[in-house]
Design a protein around this ligand. Sequence first.
Ligand SMILES: NC(=O)c1ccc[n+]([C@@H]2O[C@H](COP(=O)([O-])OP(=O)(O)OC[C@H]3O[C@@H](n4cnc5c(N)ncnc54)[C@H](O)[C@@H]3O)[C@@H](O)[C@H]2O)c1
Length: 414
Amino acid sequence: MRNKDSRAITTNMQIVPLNRELDESVFSEALPIIEKPHGDNTEQTLQVDLLDAKYPIYIDFDLAPKIAKFLKNNSLEDRALIVSDKHLAARYGYCLHSKLQQEGLKSHYHELCGGKGNKTIFEALKIIEVLEKNNFSRDATLIGLGGGVVGDIAGLVASLWYRGMNLVHIPSTLIAMIDSSVGGKCAVNFGKTINALGAYHHPIANFVDLRLLQDLPDREFNSGMAEIIKCALIGDQKFFDYLISHKKKIRSRDQLAVRKIIQRTIELKERHVAGDIREGGKRLLLNFGHTLGHAIEMSTQGTEENLRHGEGVSLGMVAILNICERYFGLQKDLVKEVKGLLEYFHLPICFESKEYGFCRGPLLNTCMKMVLRDKKRKDGELRLILLEQIGGAYVKSCSDSDILEYGFESVISA
Ligand SMILES: NC(=O)c1ccc[n+]([C@@H]2O[C@H](COP(=O)([O-])OP(=O)(O)OC[C@H]3O[C@@H](n4cnc5c(N)ncnc54)[C@H](O)[C@@H]3O)[C@@H](O)[C@H]2O)c1
């Protein structure tokens, strides 16, 4: 990261300042809380320290003025290109654009459409054209305003432009807030391969503006919940209990509950990513549910109602939990409880082939082909992430195709 004021970035994952209502003690490991002595400001800042990168994550409502001030104070060059999801232009993008200009920054604006079909190298090249045409240097800032699709494209472009320019994420979906904007991974799909072209590039700051969740469709919100449930499953029993006991508040988007689960999930993700940017060890655990989930997601592409990322993860988690129950002694009750929670958030626990125009047999075959092509395949074996209890995920090499087939069969019905 290259910015003017490195004092803005300090220790490992500190949470400052915060409203006392957000009592962290409900979670397994309390996070440090520094109370703000006066005032009613409830903004929180997570300071992420990943050894290879340090950056703040601000979580609050209406962050546009703060973003403008941050860039003014922290960028080496007073130019920024906002890459915005088209859906957000009128509601957020134009306002941010003018806030940057009010701060004396030279702001450029580029729009693209979210949706997985647009996560392509061609959209990335369009942004590169804007950078080139306007003679951007690497000291300028690229701002990704959108969901995981815009964030991944913006991240990839920022990593490529002169071998790495400043990047700021303003994630606009729940999944982007807790997952794709944290950890530095960015990629675009190519052909039938998810995340085929990618890089690792960290932002100089993330701004999680809770205002952006207000208009997020339920289906997108619920898709983010799959990743949140995943993080609780691999990382924290008390957090999982919190999700169970507060599910009603969360589903109705109670501000405090939503803020709290975002904060906790980011913290858990950071813990798995720290010191392991290239997925050598503990970061792999974040792939819980992903290996089989990606295969189902890719095998069912092209239907009118493509599965959302979180929906694929939901199916992948259920498949793995079924495998864990059948082959590795995971408690039946736990599997039932997780399925119940996923269903509460309208996440799929079974894919009905016919309903989406597929025949079960050929679909199962395609899923198997996809999973064996998975990029995590190593020495002829897949590395599956299994669960022995909540907070107890582990990696296991798997060369037994019966196990994988069972997983798919358990979540794909006729
Ligand atoms: N880099 C990573 O570590 C990582 C992690 C998880 C997921 N991802 C990627 O993220 C993508 C999925 O992200 P996503 O679900 O955010 O998809 P997305 O960006 O396509 O957003 C989903 C939909 O919501 C709309 N939208 C976005 N913000 C909105 C808002 N505030 N209000 C209303 N509508 C809004 C978008 O236009 C789009 O139609 C996948 O491509 C996945 O591979 C990356």
